[in-house]
Design a binder for this molecule. Sequence first.
Ligand code: SF4
Length: 226
Amino acid sequence: MAIGFETTSPSTAYALLHDPPKNFSVLSCHRLLPPALKALFAMGEVRIDGLIQPGHVATITGIDIFNEFAGPKGVPQVVTGFEPLDLLMGVYMLAKQVKEGRSEVENEYARVVRPEGNPKAREMLARAFKAEDRAWRGFPVLPLSSLEVADELQDHNARLVYEDILKDAPKVKEDMGGCRCGEVLRGIIRSEECPAFGKGCSPKRPMGPCMVSREGSCNISYRYRE
Ligand code: SF4
């Protein structure tokens, strides 16, 4: 099962394109970042003052993919790394843009992110995958927001190879017994505002995906709550 954004999908593409053994297949759950950002803006549920853009995604995509969210109708954005000082610097650069009335895409993570990204990785992505519509947790179906194994590589597409098994797999339920991950993901509530946070739901007994993953908002909020 292959998960993640533009950050991780090149590794899957590499495996698919380099003569994998016959019994190697991929269930691709890879997603693309820009369609989700576009949906967030279109839904208009939260007022976004600025965006810290993910440095690991930009390492692959380059920084121009964020331009559509900049300009007079957009918001300030800073591509940022993951060390505490990177984030602090990113927030500083965002605040400076707000103060100066600018809405540009700046790159704090210049020691890793090149403006043009990684063309070789993108070329592999283009050969190994095709973009498809897909529903996201907390969002409707987002057009061309996921990566499916390319037509030429269907022998390695687990959705086809294991079609008989997967047809009985339970569908993802949007209603998860009071879990409010969808709203957390869209920035409408903070994790702590979910009634189950720290009560019925904790990293040891997670009720939803935001608490399962160590990168999930609820999991992080729980671990650093004091
Ligand atoms: S993962 Fe847990 S704390 Fe987070 S929204 Fe779902 S139920 Fe609430």
